[in-house]
Design a binder for this molecule. Structure first.
Ligand code: IPM
Ligand code: MG
Length: 366
């Protein structure tokens, strides 16, 4: 059975970065004997333009029948005047709901070759290795009631979490911590919010099932600071939908660039993989975006949706390899270093992946 991957390029730099990710996936298919079938559909602003809605039914149905969904980015300033429910982003939120994945894994590592790139000095970030586990289907993003008052002078959103919603994502965080350094930092605002008090109580309860994992609780504001001051303190960070959204962008400073970060959304029948970055309309169509976040999504896809751990390792190691060789997209280049484009970076990683697969093959053949 082939691995059926639905690709949703979306908006802005989405099509450019997913093109490189698909290139890497297909190179693996060719060199590594992974049987993949890729099919593309519209989402976001691209879908509003083509079909009048940010998540057309055929896109949704194709995703529900796939083994995995690989998404680029959604968002387009042309639709900024619309209410949230009609914007391109509504397509992504509806897709997340349809696919049912509630745990969004956002790994952030400091690459030795990149330490010092980005706002934080090398000595501070070197060796940092963080996994943000973000709750993705609840909280302020989806709470009802919501909306703008008819007066136009007030608006509201609802922050609501239930015990099962918190427990299921907490289990994912603790299980992930067991494969890492066995530490979970749960983030909340329990000094102010009832939802956070419930969050803290439920996470504490779940932790009893994982006595080998160390749990600490941190207020979101303190965590935001600590992440910059002492990123190596963290192993797994467990956060609700909004706090996780904010902290994962902030954590990009530790990795060196937002363009490097992938994510995997698990827990539903079909897993969804999307880079953490947005559609970056100012970079779109210029061959300058960093495709590594999207390419590392392929690594996460191979691991989580296909159980192809070795091939996932080939992709991750190809990325590390090209960075160690000094290849840089514009977001990673210093003011005096040269950079290469989106496509050139994709091609270099593709080559590095094929080399690794072939090396492994010849090694085993001997
Ligand atoms: C992300 C993005 C999305 C989110 C937007 C595009 C709706 O910021 O995946 O982090 O807020 O979840
Ligand atoms: Mg975000």
């Amino acid at each position: 059975m082939p691995l059926r991957v639905v690709v949703l390029p979306g908006d802005g730099i989405g099509p450019e970065v997913t093109r490189e990710a698909v290139r890497v996936l297909q190179a693996l298919a060719w060199a590594g004997g992974v049987d993949v079938r890729v099919e593309e559909h519209a989402i976001g602003a691209a879908a509003i333009r083509a079909a009048g809605t940010p998540l057309p039914p055929d896109t949704r149905d194709a995703c529900l029948e796939a083994d995995a969904v690989l998404l680029g980015a959604v968002g387009d300033p042309a639709f900024d005047h619309l209410p949230p429910s009609a914007r391109p982003e509504a397509g992504l939120l509806a897709l997340r709901q349809a696919l049912g994945g509630f745990a969004n894994l956002r790994p952030v590592v400091s690459y030795g070759a990149l330490a010092g790139i980005g706002p934080l000095e090398a000595a501070r970030v070197e060796g940092a290795d963080i996994l943000v586990v973000r709750e993705l289907l609840g909280g302020l993003y989806f709470g009802e009631p919501r909306g703008l008052d008819p007066s136009g002078l007030a608006a509201s959103n609802t922050l609501r979490y239930t015990q099962p919603e918190i427990a299921r994502v907490a289990h994912v965080a603790f299980a992930e911590a067991r494969t890492r350094r066995r530490r979970v930092t749960s983030v909340d605002k329990a000094n102010v919010l009832e939802t956070s008090q419930l969050w803290r109580a439920v996470v504490t309860e779940v932790a009893r099932e994982y006595p080998d994992v160390r749990l600490d609780h941190m207020y979101i504001d303190a965590c935001a600071l600590r992440l910059m001051m002492e990123p190596r303190h963290f192993d797994v960070i467990l956060a609700d939908n909004l706090f996780g959204d904010i902290l994962s962008d902030e954590a990009a400073a530790v990795g060196g660039s937002l363009g490097l970060l992938p994510s995997a959304t698990l827990g539903g029948p079909v897993a969804l993989f999307e880079p953490v970055h947005g559609s970056a309309p100012d970079l779109a169509g210029r061959d300058v975006a960093n495709p590594i976040g999207a390419i590392l999504c392929v690594a996460m896809l191979l691991r989580h949706a296909a159980g192809l751990t070795r091939e996932a390792g080939d992709v991750a190691s190809a990325v590390t390899g090209v960075l160690a060789d000094g290849l840089r997209t514009a977001d990673l280049a210093g003011p005096h270093t040269g950079s290469i484009g989106t496509r050139a970076m994709g091609l270099a990683i593709e080559r590095a992946v094929v080399e690794r697969v072939e090396h492994r093959r010849s090694y085993h053949a001997v």
